[in-house]
Design a protein around this ligand. Structure first.
Ligand SMILES: [Fe+2]
Ligand SMILES: [Fe+2]
Length: 268
């Protein structure tokens, strides 16, 4: 764990401080060149604070996303599904660990961040306020909410703060597994559970909830993360991309299943 170190905060990092404007100009020039900002580097106080806020909310969301899925582990319809769900929940909590660590490099202690979450002072993604009432919800969460997460996180991993970008890169590999796991559950008979019936009963509601994981505005936190291409990315485009990624995965999967079936047929 990285303990809080007042040295992570540099002098003259606020508007009006001596030398602030020169430091800011050099800082912005670095970012414009695609340079990554590292923990010991000079950075404006606003940049630091907004990054802490952004990464903290993201870390909390990983924890709060794992909770409703975790409650379904004992009720998974088969051992195969249970093992996959245990792995997914473990991944999500691991994502939180990586992100809290990235936020700690900016000077906020992990204990403080966890305590703020427990006290209800810290926010998390609003999509996780919805309950997972049926096994079908678990399937759709893994498929569509994780697809939306990949869209956000792929964009953010190109941002200017090195530790956050590197954590997101690793997280995205695992989110891709979650998406295919969710898709597989949605198209499978359900191992004895009525997934299809559950999906029909929900009448598309989870689709609306998954859409809530795509932010409506880029917000101050993202602004602080400052990567030029992030700024022009509109929420509507991201929703279309989420649907596109899901469709891509489905198409690839359908093709590989078709090829596997064709191969088996040929062998027979
Ligand atoms: Fe995650
Ligand atoms: Fe995930």
């Amino acid at each position: 764990m990285v303990a809080f170190n007042p040295q992570t905060s540099h002098p003259n990092d606020k508007p009006g401080d001596p030398g602030y404007e020169q430091n800011l100009a050099a800082f912005e020039a670095r970012i414009a060149c695609g340079d990554k900002v590292e923990p010991g580097d000079w950075m404006p106080s606003d940049y630091r604070q907004q990054l802490i806020r952004l990464i903290h909310v993201h870390a909390n969301s990983e924890i709060c996303g794992a909770l409703p899925e975790g409650t379904w582990i004992p009720h998974a319809p088969s051992l195969k599904r249970k093992l996959a769900l245990v792995a997914k929940v473990q991944d999500e909590v691991g994502h939180a660990q990586l992100l809290y660590r990235a936020a700690e490099t900016l000077g906020k202690p992990r204990e403080e961040m966890i305590q703020e979450l427990i006290d209800g002072k810290a926010k998390y993604s609003n999509v996780f306020h919805y309950p997972a009432e049926t096994w079908a919800d678990v399937c759709v969460i893994a498929w569509l909410i994780d697809a939306a997460a990949i869209v956000n996180q792929r964009m953010m991993q190109e941002g200017s703060y090195g530790p956050y970008g590197r954590a997101l890169k690793r997280i995205c590999y695992e989110e891709a597994f979650h998406l295919t796991h969710g898709y597989d559950m949605c198209i499978s008979p359900g191992d004895g559970h009525e997934v299809s019936a559950g999906l029909a009963a929900r009448r598309g509601e989870p689709l609306v909830e998954a859409d809530h994981d795509v932010p409506r505005s880029v917000g101050q936190g993202i602004e602080a993360h400052r990567a030029a291409h992030e700024v022009g990315h509109q929420a509507q485009d991201k929703r279309r991309t989420a649907a596109g990624i899901s469709a891509e995965v489905c198409a690839e999967d359908a093709q590989s299943r078709h090829q596997a079936a064709a191969g088996m047929g040929h062998a027979d």
